[in-house]
Structure formats: structure tokens, C-alpha cells
Design a protein around this ligand. Structure first.
Ligand code: HEM
Length: 432
């Protein structure tokens, strides 16, 4: 190993160390501000000292490029003991090498552009159905409301299954229990998660029920679930379907609820996005709208993903001794690819902490390669990115078409669950 050891947070100047500790305990937004303080003192690669939890955090463009592309074979995605491995067992998200590649190939046809375009009416139908249930004038919990839209849309598009009513209510506690289980908790300090809790069972039962119902009657063209059923046995289909359900909706839930909260705190962008949405085609005709037709909404969504990436970190562990950005990485080391820090790097972005969709307009874009990675990067980037962009565009536009969103000054902060979610109180809405 030739590189130098990364600097450690233990080596932060006492003043910065105390500030980081203070924000962790009391601050807004807590861990994230602490990470930014550590980066300001130590640079874009450092070891985070947190008891026995000592990951190496990587946020430099070069370090990220190496981990995601050039040296990706030297890293695994999930160590044994991670709760995601216990829950997802042998799915696309937690396996490496040929086993992973086979799953990715099997699902790929479900993400082709023509399939995604055909998915737009389903997303709009679910969105309208959920918005029908919002109060004419009242308060809405954004994460809860967007979860229902994203979850139902995912199942309708990728499983060909119309989840609603009593079945949704019965399954929801299991889904929330699964999200709590795979999110960060004391297991991080112990290094091993306990077994999958019983509370997750309603979700598992639901997924197995959907598999049983859809088996033997593939749609034309086949859905993702049909493709999985063709390629794998039922147990592996359960692993992939459960994984995709969570990866494919919790992220969009976070993005959409952040977007609503950020707009509610930004009167200028709320007014511009609302105007644009109301000039766009309404009803079913919105399905055909492209990102270029909605530049302000597209910029709002990109800026939301920059400031508050739902997957704020790519977790890896080194399979052998290696290097990232010139720093030594020992074998078996936990590495955190911090998309959050990369997207707020003051060396790359002007006023990085400010919500400014304008930076994406008039030809503006990311300041350089590997500075903007809300969907990761390299061959194992997000398989669902194009669908996520389509869905976010349709849902946000539809909400603004049908509801006035009130401006608020309530504080907004991030909470770390399975994804990085907003905590900003209830949103005030009024039907038009
Ligand atoms: C706003 C929405 C979304 C965001 C921000 C997001 C973000 C990400 C990121 C950052 C990664 C790479 C993680 C890493 O480097 O460790 C990833 C991977 C993945 N995402 Fe997404 N995602 C979103 C939506 C979706 C959707 C809609 C689906 C499926 C329908 C999906 C399925 C996956 C899968 C299966 C992987 C693993 C790919 C592989 O290992 O080959 N995601 N996502």
C-alpha cells in the first residue's frame, strides 16, 4: 500500500471537533453539518471516527471516479452483517460480480425508454387518485403522501399490480418496519444487525402474494416482475422484488417530499414552478410532456437532488488493499462515497448550501465530472434513474396543477432513515 493514511476526524482542531460534536447532538441538520465541518478541516477524503465505526469518507471527484469506475472491482457493495443483506438476501443490490450482472440484465428491458414512456399514464392515474383524497384546504404530511404515490406507482408499473385500499393499509406498517430496519441504527456501531424483525412480515407476505398472483400470466410486453419470474426461482424473485419495491419508491418519496418542502420555503421558485405547471397540458395529456417542456420544474428537481440526495452515501467495503485519490485503503475497510459532500463542495459549487434551481437553467449544469451523483455513477449506477426523473416530473407538476402550496418559514432538516428524508412539519395546501 503506497498511499498516505487519510486524515482522521480525531485530528480535527479541538474547536472544529467540538463544533462537529455539538451539531451532531443538537444541530440542524446534524450529521450532515458535522460531515461538512470535518471536510472543511480535513479535505475530501478522511476517516470518520465514531467509536468503533471508522469508515473512510470519500467525496473528491477523483476518489469517486476511481471507486465507481476504475477500481470498482476492488470494492464490494455490502458486508455480511448489514441489515440489507439479511432482508434482501441475494438481490441485485447486495450481490457482486456475475450474480449481480445477471439480475441487472434480466431486469434491463423493463427500463427501456419506450417502456418508461408507456408508464406515464399509470403514474398520473395513481397521482390523481391520491390527490383526490387530499383535503380541499388543510395540511398534508409530505413524506407520507408522497410514499403512497411512489409506492403505488412502482407496483402498477413494475409489478402490474394495483395496490390500494385495505391491502395498502395492512402492508404499510411492514414496509415502514423494513425501512427502519435497514436504516442506520446502533447496529452500525456493533457492525452487525440483528435478524429481520417480525414486524416486517406483512410486507413479505404482500410481496409473496403479488408474485403468486402474477405468476403464469405475463403481461405483453412483460413487466419487471414477469422478467424476473422468467429468469429466477420464486425465492430469488422474492429477493429482487422486495429490493426493487424499496429502492424504487423510498428514494422517489424522499425526492418529491424534499421538493415540496423546499418550494414551500422559496416563494420565488414556488411561483415560477406553479406558473409553469399550470401552463403545461393537463389531464392525461401531461403524460407526453418532456423535461425540456418544463425547464423550471426540471431545474427544481435537479437542485433538490443536489442539496438533499435521497441516497446520500454509497456504502462500500474494500475487498483488498487499495487506494482512492492517493490515500491508502486497507483490506476490509468500510468506505462511504459521500454524494452529499460532493454535491456541496465549495471548491466546485457556488453557494453550495443555497437552494438555487437557477444554476440549472440557461445551459447551466454540474461544474465537472463526479461533482453531481444523485444516481451514483459507473456501471452500477441507478437502474431506475430515468423512471425516477419521469415520475418526479409528472407528480410535482400534477400537485402544482391541482393545489396551491402555502409558503412557510418552519425549519427544515434532514433525517437519516433508509434514505435522507425531510422533517419540516405539515404542508398547507388548498385545492384549486
Ligand atoms: C429519486 C429517485 C432515486 C434516487 C435518488 C436513486 C439513487 C440511487 C443511487 C445513488 C444508487 C447507487 C448507490 C451506490 O452507489 O451505492 C442507486 C442504485 C440503484 N437504484 Fe436507484 N435511485 C432512485 C430511484 C430508483 C428507482 C425508481 C429504482 C427502480 C425502479 C431504483 C433502483 C435501483 C437499483 C436496483 C440500484 C442498484 C443498481 C445496481 O446495483 O446495479 N432506484 N440508486
Amino acid at each position: 500500500m503506497s498511499g498516505a493514511k487519510p486524515p482522521r476526524t480525531d485530528g480535527l482542531a479541538a474547536r472544529d471537533g467540538l463544533r462537529a460534536l455539538w451539531t451532531l447532538r443538537h444541530g440542524t441538520p446534524g450529521l450532515y453539518e458535522a460531515l461538512e465541518i470535518a471536510r472543511a478541516g480535513l479535505g475530501n477524503v478522511f476517516e470518520l471516527g465514531f467509536g468503533r465505526f471508522r469508515p473512510i469518507v470519500v467525496a473528491s471527484p477523483q476518489g469517486l471516479r476511481e471507486a465507481l469506475v476504475e477500481r470498482r472491482e476492488e470494492f464490494g457493495w455490502r458486508p455480511e452483517g448489514d441489515p440489507a443483506v439479511r432482508l434482501f438476501r441475494r438481490s441485485i443490490l447486495v450481490t457482486d460480480g456475475d450474480e449481480h450482472d445477471r439480475a441487472r440484465q434480466a431486469m434491463a428491458p423493463a427500463f427501456e425508454p419506450a417502456r418508461l414512456r408507456a408508464a406515464a399514464p399509470a403514474v398520473l392515474a395513481v397521482t390523481d387518485d391520491e390527490l383526490d383524497g387530499w383535503p380541499a384546504e388543510g395540511r398534508v404530511e409530505a413524506v407520507e403522501a408522497m410514499r403512497r404515490v411512489a409506492w403505488r406507482s412502482f407496483e402498477l408499473v413494475f409489478f402490474g399490480y394495483d395496490l390500494r385500499g385495505e391491502e395498502l393499509e395492512r402492508t404499510l406498517p411492514g414496509l415502514l418496519a423494513a425501512l427502519r430496519y435497514i436504516g442506520p441504527g446502533v447496529w452500525v456501531l456493533r457492525g452487525r444487525a440483528g435478524g429481520v424483525p417480525r414486524r416486517v412480515r406483512p410486507l413479505e407476505a404482500h410481496v409473496r402474494g403479488v408474485i403468486a398472483e402474477r405468476k403464469g400470466q405475463p403481461a405483453e410486453p412483460p413487466t419487471m416482475l414477469d422478467l424476473l419470474l422468467e429468469a429466477f426461482d420464486d425465492e430469488r424473485v422474492r429477493d429482487h422484488a422486495l429490493t426493487m419495491l424499496i429502492a424504487g419508491h423510498d428514494t422517489s418519496t424522499a425526492q418529491l417530499s424534499w421538493a415540496l418542502h423546499l418550494l414551500a420555503r422559496s416563494p420565488e421558485w414556488l411561483a415560477r414552478a406553479t406558473r409553469e405547471a399550470r401552463r403545461a397540458p393537463d389531464g392525461e395529456r401531461l403524460a407526453g410532456v418532456r423535461a425540456d417542456d418544463l425547464p423550471v420544474i426540471d431545474a427544481v428537481l435537479k437542485e433538490t437532488l443536489r442539496l438533499w440526495p435521497p441516497i446520500h452515501v454509497g456504502g462500500r467495503w474494500s475487498l483488498r488493499e487499495t487506494e482512492l485519490d492517493g490515500y491508502a485503503i486497507p483490506a476490509g475497510q468500510r468506505v462511504m462515497l459521500s454524494y452529499f459532500l460532493a454535491q456541496r463542495d465549495p471548491a466546485a459549487w457556488a453557494a453550495p448550501g443555497r437552494f438555487d434551481p437557477g444554476r440549472w437553467l440557461d445551459g447551466g449544469g454540474a461544474p465537472g465530472p463526479y461533482t453531481y451523483l444523485p444516481f451514483g455513477g459507473g456501471p452500477r449506477n441507478c437502474i431506475g434513474a430515468a423512471f425516477a426523473n419521469l415520475e418526479a416530473r409528472l407528480v410535482l407538476t400534477r400537485v402544482l396543477q391541482r393545489f396551491d402550496l402555502a409558503v412557510t418559514r418552519r425549519p427544515l432538516r434532514g433525517a437519516m432513515g433508509a434514505t435522507l428524508e425531510p422533517r419540516g412539519g405539515l404542508l398547507r395546501v388548498r385545492r384549486r
